[in-house]
Design a protein around this ligand. Structure first.
Ligand code: 13P
Ligand code: SF4
Length: 305
């Protein structure tokens, strides 16, 4: 089937079934095109809390679909490709967090939103990359365990030296591959460009950046620049800027061979269509007690962030 015909069928099917499509900016441009709401993790979480739809198809990875279900339990929430998961979301076991809390009853545990619902249920508050510094700064505790991303965690720790932040050793396998050499090589090829990077990147890469921020912050920063911008995050962001901004060729993808999240790219238009008509995808179900516990930490994030 032609792509335009498939898109037409998706739009028709979503209207007929009362389905709302949410998509993270890392999704392929064709998916962004047919989505009702697009944005980064924090924006999508905020929208999920407000949604009144009968059904949501979440084009992203599993923890994003779980967040929708946690915030809108009445909404039927579908993840089009069940194997689309963020590898970082499971890099610490819930039992390990429980043990830490038993051993450190005064401590608070901060979970990056890129975690499973089971992990969120064990934590005190969630953060996204755009809200982490603001939220951690507001936590009054003798120690704070930050899970699972060591790179985002050390970025927050550096910005908040007055906080006692304990890091876990998790990482995003996509952003963590970046090296100082990747940046220097790209800067050499584009000496007039500024450099924006996602805080999931290693400290040696972050140290070379003119701007460090989440997906939406990188997009806003890049739009506000007059000249070239090297983008140090998943290539969906450059695709988005190239399509939506004039002079789209001024956005330079850093290390294109590295910055592609395979899990984020698993969902096709065909999967979206089949999910809307009930022929594909996984309906997200969470035990109610776990959902309620996870909701406490997400709600705290939405209040503090
Ligand atoms: P954002 O919070 O920037 O959307 O990050 C999501 C993500 O998975 C980054 O790798
Ligand atoms: Fe997870 Fe990294 Fe992919 Fe984001 S880019 S979904 S953190 S693996």
């Amino acid at each position: 089937m032609e792509i335009s015909e498939l898109k037409r069928k998706i739009i028709e099917a979503k209207e007929k079934t009362g389905t709302v499509i949410l998509a993270h900016t890392y999704q392929e441009p064709d998916i962004i095109d047919i989505a009702d709401i697009t944005g980064d993790s924090f924006f999508l979480s905020k929208k999920a809390a407000e949604i009144k739809a009968k059904r949501v198809v979440m084009c992203g990875v599993r923890f994003m679909a779980e967040s929708v279900k946690i915030l809108s339990p009445e909404t039927e929430t579908i993840l089009p490709v069940p194997s689309a998961t963020c590898p970082m979301a499971e890099q610490i076991l819930p039992e390990r967090v429980r043990k830490f809390k038993e051993e450190n009853p005064e401590a608070q545990v901060v979970a990056y939103i890129n975690t499973t619902a089971a992990l969120k249920a064990e934590c005190d508050v969630c953060v996204t990359s755009s809200s982490a510094i603001k939220i951690v700064d507001k936590i009054d505790a003798p120690s704070i365990l930050f899970i699972p991303d060591q790179h985002l965690g050390s970025f927050v720790k550096e910005k908040l030296p007055h906080k006692n932040i304990i890091l876990w050793d998790g990482y995003c396998p996509v952003h963590a591959k970046l090296t100082k050499e990747d940046v220097l090589e790209c800067k050499k090829a584009h000496p007039d460009a500024v450099f924006a990077v996602h805080p999931e990147s290693p400290a040696e890469v972050v140290a070379l950046a003119d701007m460090v921020g989440a997906t939406s912050e990188i997009i806003n920063y890049a739009k506000a620049q007059k000249g070239k911008v090297i983008i140090g995050t998943e290539r969906g962001v450059v695709d988005y800027l190239a399509i939506n901004e004039e002079n789209g060729d001024r956005f330079i993808q850093l290390a294109p061979e590295k910055l592609c999240c395979e899990d984020m790219k698993k969902i096709s238009l065909e999967d979206v269509y089949k999910s809307i008509i009930g022929e594909a995808g996984e309906k997200i179900e969470l035990p109610e007690a776990l959902r309620k516990k996870a909701l406490v930490s997400i709600n705290r994030m939405l209040e503090l962030g």
